[in-house]
Design a protein around this ligand. Sequence first.
Ligand code: FES
Length: 160
Amino acid sequence: MGYQPVILALCCHYCAYAAADLAGAMRLQYPSSVRVLRFPCTGKIEPNYILSAFELGVDGVMVAGCLEGGCHYQEGNLRARRRVERVQQLMKEAGLEPERLEMFNLSSAEGTRFAEIVTLMTERIAKLGPSPIRAQIGASAIASDAIPEPPQVVAQGEAP
Ligand code: FES
């Protein structure tokens, strides 16, 4: 694969981030252009956070949360799915392919699946090509310090 899209993975601390960690511990191969950001829960991911990532020129965003019924904050991942669908609609209206954004649910034990998801998103975005927003802002690469820090992980039971 020539062109390597920049993918932002917004991961829940309890599942997807742990799965990403596990994929690393298992030394699984997946595209290195993914940037993983950890959130206390996907319910903490506001639509403007996703939109800001696209405005900064990332090519794709994956939101990865706990399995349905497994969110440590009860319904955070369900709220996240609704937000992702809303942002996909906004992207469509703005002329940006909604396939550049997707929500996944996985458990902390699914390191292999995490690697598969990153590979799937990378291949999909590579077919779509660089984000048209990146071309508009003239960015050839995304500076990692341009991506703001996510909120800190809070103790289980506290509202995210
Ligand atoms: Fe994992 Fe809510 S999605 S704690």
